[in-house]
Design a protein around this ligand. Structure first.
Ligand code: SF4
Length: 441
């Protein structure tokens, strides 16, 4: 999953949307085909020396739709699992033909609820991935699971497919809070699912948690953190609840069913999370992510470092050499495009980030990380002196205590994290303002 927002896992979970403020002229790349979809630019357009570090696979099925969720997922439709996997296999083939057989360092199967697939379908998915990629460099293979849809049979299938990390959507250990979110599991199912994973031999386990749930106090949130620590997961993703447009949660809020948590409470929860988890041995390595030593999620770090990644499945978003594209957000159209006589990758959006537009985006992605922008690495990769571009902004933010500049790194302070969206917009603006002067020189 990747995130443009502190809050939920992003849209399609590997899709970090470009902030609205990002107003560089971004040429649409790729030609629209007769099918109405865009084609991928020819292979020569992609930097052959730049390898593919990650693969994301989107499985769009869920048992029911949680009320806050704006990811592309559908309740039911499992009767289409086989047809969907036919299409997914074809997309994998097309992408391998285009990019060559990738040797990613990380794989992430998200959704949706991948573990909702029947065991035979899950085994087929594992076989498809195993035959499409090289495992030489693979260090981390994560599958997302709903605690209610995880069992011994599925755990064994995942393990034998190479999976070594499970990310459980726990969200809360309070039955009341889960009911507010309309999650379909109960708090007791989380430790049961974790135990199943561990017994099967998968002990690198993430728990997703949500704070700022209506009615939740700081004490309530602390109880959730305490329970997560007791369960000894290796990684915790803690997101504030977002009210996305067109979700039932937002409609309920607008109808006055509840009042959202105040900004002050959310900030207090964010800060308490950092302190509570630090005391328990979890280091924060990104705004919303905490890990025990050596257990940071490498897959998401690939996104925050804008490394090349392929992505398959409906709504999945890939990135390579400054090109970014997104598949159609429809199960029917996805299946139809790939199961046709002339299958195509159903791309509905493609753009190419170039020059400072590309590096401005890299800067804000890096700023999400606790290590921040490592200026020497940034210059080596981009040829751009980030200090020179951001200098007036950095001086202002430093004097306000929002940014720290230390040992060749630029990072958000705790106060800066609380207003990160504003800072990101300003950083992009600084790159935009710099661009015309560069072009003129
Ligand atoms: S389980 Fe996850 S993907 Fe499915 S509806 Fe709930 S939040 Fe969305």
């Amino acid at each position: 999953m990747q995130h443009d927002k502190i809050i939920t896992e992003a849209g399609s979970k590997n899709d970090t949307p470009r902030p609205k403020i990002f107003e560089f002229p971004l040429p649409q790349a790729g030609q629209r085909m007769e099918s109405g979809f865009f084609n991928l630019p020819p292979s020569v357009e992609f930097d052959a020396t730049s390898v593919i570090d990650a693969l994301y696979v989107h499985i769009p099925f869920c048992t029911s739709k949680c009320h806050y969720c704006d990811f592309f997922s559908l309740a039911g439709h499992l009767d289409q699992a086989d047809t969907f996997l036919d299409a997914l296999g074809r997309e994998l083939d097309l992408q391998v033909t285009h990019f060559g057989r990738p040797a990613p360092k990380t794989i992430f199967i998200g959704g949706g609820t991948p573990t909702l697939l029947p065991p035979e379908a899950l085994a087929r998915l594992m076989a498809q991935i195993n035959s499409a990629i090289k495992f030489d460099r693979l260090t981390e293979f994560t599958v997302e699971a709903n605690p209610n849809t995880f069992d011994v049979h599925r755990a064994k299938i995942l393990l034998s497919g190479g999976v070594n990390r499970i990310s459980f959507g726990a969200q809360s250990f309070s039955a009341t809070e889960l009911a507010v979110l309309q999650r379909d599991h109960n708090p007791e199912s989380v430790p049961v699912a974790m135990e199943i994973a561990r017994r099967a031999g998968i002990d690198n386990l993430n728990l997703d948690l949500i704070f700022g749930i209506p009615g939740q106090s700081l004490v309530d949130w602390d109880k959730n953190l305490t329970r997560a620590i007791e369960l000894d997961s290796t990684h915790l993703s803690c997101y504030g609840l977002m009210y996305e447009p067109n979700t039932p949660m937002t409609a309920r809020m607008k109808q006055g069913e509840f009042t959202p948590a105040s900004d002050d409470l959310e900030i207090a929860m964010l800060q308490h999370t950092r302190d509570r988890l630090a005391a328990a041995g979890f280091a924060r390595y990104e705004i919303s992510n905490y890990a025990q030593v050596g257990k940071a999620c490498e897959h998401n770090i690939n996104y925050w470092k804008a490394r090349n990644h392929l992505a398959i499945g409906p709504s999945a978003a890939g990135y390579h050499s400054g090109y970014r594209w997104k598949n159609v957000q429809s199960l029917t159209r996805y299946i139809d495009a790939l199961n046709s006589a002339a299958p195509v990758v159903p791309i509905t959006e493609i753009e190419r980030l170039t020059g400072l537009a590309r590096w401005g985006e890299l800067a804000i992605l890096n700023l999400r990380l606790t290590e921040g922008i490592v200026t020497h690495d940034f210059k080596q990769r981009t040829g751009v002196d980030v200090m020179a571009i951001l200098n007036p902004l950095l001086q202002r933010y430093q004097s306000m205590g929002l940014i720290t500049i230390r040992d060749g790194t630029i990072a958000l302070s705790e106060a800066g994290i609380a207003v990160s969206d504003t800072i990101f917009a300003d950083v992009l603006e600084a790159f935009a303002q710099f661009a015309p002067r560069q072009r003129g020189s």
